[in-house]
Ligand binder design. Structure first.
Ligand SMILES: [Zn+2]
Length: 470
């Protein structure tokens, strides 16, 4: 495969003059993603409490599913027999799956070290696992929480039933091939903040060796040119959907034509090539918070035939250290391949990441914190860096509040429902409450990315950064 062909996965539109921020388009067989993009997390093939139709309606262009969880439940074979994740979930747009590496390790020693990305809060899965381990440890099994590496095999405990499972780099790619995501991620070792330099160095060598194994397996086994029919059907479906709303039709068609014209000018891939792989492989840059190891890792990946890159693992004690390292990595990686920042995505993180050249982000916090009553708000509605652009809807002051979640938000929830109602649903633990709060929070991020893209295209990204972060 020529490198030219690989480059067509990502096209840069605009690059900022005063920082590394850029806009671009990622093109897959299931459609295009405008970058910088926020990727909502659909861990177990569902963005919790949200249907695929709702995700489409709020403007999500891609979802991230989790290899570790889907491997354990319902199993990759089942998903494959059901036609792959797109058909299984009724989601016609792009999907990215991660390698499972983060869960394999973070649910192992990450828990022991009680930390993950930067100074950590444990995720729901980690807490469930911790409670289970606590119980079993009390029963006398002290070493069960460790993921065990021998050679290129990793043995780990299932978060569901504590049974022993095994991953190799090839297994991870093979599972991701079966799941059928458009973008897949090489298997890596995710080190914890408590690991010392020597261990991280040794681990990095392993991650690089595994990356080469993943790449070799992927190139040999990836399917090509099979999804075109499906894509055409997807386009047809979208058109029929649009037909229902007459007043929006003219506007949407105009938008669509403009979009195609723009893309033609950029020379984007049209989805015709038989050689275009169905799935693209991302390599994961690791190296903890050690500058020389991050540089070494970026240098290693810069010369390999990966389609794009993900930045993973621990990045330091605070945001300043983190974005310094992200910036260093960005300078070494080839600029024509997009880069994804794994598992990070508060509004502040996204803006700082974009400034350092990050193109895509994933984070589960929009839906996770929605379920406990945290609602995101725009700067014009009082959102700022101190309140983390959110407020707690379950507070008593909102009991009789007839306002929408955010008076400046134009999402479907804010057009139709009051704070008092959604607050009541959340207090009563009604599922609809989770849906409405999640919908608004996800829309907040989709809308934030649109604003970022417009700001970059208009040469005003630094202005926007000031407006949001001060
Ligand atoms: Zn809203």
């Amino acid at each position: 495969m020529s490198s030219n062909e690989y480059n067509k996965l990502f096209t840069i539109k605009t690059t900022s003059k005063d920082c590394k921020a850029r806009t671009g388009i990622i093109t897959t067989r299931h459609g295009r993603i405008e970058t910088p993009a926020f990727i909502p997390v659909a861990t177990k093939a569902s963005a919790k409490a949200m249907t695929s139709e709702q995700m489409n309606q709020l403007g999500a262009e891609i979802l991230m599913c989790n290899t570790y969880h889907l491997f354990l439940k319902p199993g990759a074979e089942l998903v494959e027999k059901m036609g792959g994740l797109h058909k299984f979930m009724n989601w016609n747009k792009p999907i990215i799956t991660d390698s499972g590496g983060f869960q394999v390790f973070s649910l192992g020693y990450g828990l022991v070290h009680k930390a993950n990305k930067i100074k950590s809060k444990l995720s729901e899965d980690e807490i469930t696992h911790l409670e289970r381990i606590d119980k079993t440890t009390k029963e006398g099994n002290k070493d069960m929480m460790l993921a065990k590496i021998s050679g290129d095999k990793v043995k780990f405990r299932s978060v569901y039933d504590t049974s022993w499972q095994e991953f190799t780099p090839e297994t991870s790619i093979s599972i991701q091939h079966k799941l059928g995501g458009d973008l897949i991620i090489a298997f890596d070792e995710c080190t914890s903040p408590l690991h010392k330099y020597e261990y991280v160095k040794e681990s990095l060598a392993r991650t690089h060796r595994w990356a080469e194994m993943c790449l070799a397996y992927h190139k040999k086994n990836v399917k090509k040119g099979e999804k075109e029919e499906e894509e055409k059907k997807g386009e047809k479906g979208k058109k029929e959907e649009k037909g229902g709303k007459e007043e929006e039709k003219g506007e949407k068609e105009k938008e669509e034509t403009e979009k195609i014209e723009k893309e033609e000018k950029l020379g984007l891939w049209k989805g015709k090539s038989e050689e275009k792989p169905n799935q693209f492989l991302l390599g994961v840059v690791q190296g903890g918070n050690f500058e020389d190891l991050r540089k070494e890792s970026a240098g290693f990946f810069a010369n390999k035939e990966f389609d794009a890159y993900a930045l993973g693992g621990f990045f330091g004690e605070d945001k300043q250290e983190m974005y310094k390292l992200v910036g260093i990595v960005d300078e070494i990686l080839p600029e024509n391949k997009f880069r994804h920042l794994l598992g990070i995505g508060t509004p502040e993180d996204i803006i700082l990441g974009v400034e350092q050249g990050i193109d895509t982000f994933d984070c589960n916090s929009a839906t996770r914190i929605a379920r406990v009553g945290y609602i995101y708000i725009l700067p014009e509605s009082g959102g700022n860096i101190e309140n983390k652009f959110r407020y707690r809807l379950t507070n008593a002051e909102f009991e009789y509040d007839k306002n929408p979640l955010d008076k400046n938000c134009d999402c479907w929830v804010c057009k139709n429902y009051t704070r008092a109602y959604i607050r009541h649903l959340l207090k009563a633990q009604e599922y609809t409450g989770y849906t409405l709060a999640s919908y608004h929070n996800l829309y907040f991020f989709i809308n934030l990315m649109k604003r970022i893209r417009t700001a970059i295209d208009e040469g005003k990204f630094m202005e926007m950064k000031k407006e949001w972060l001060g």
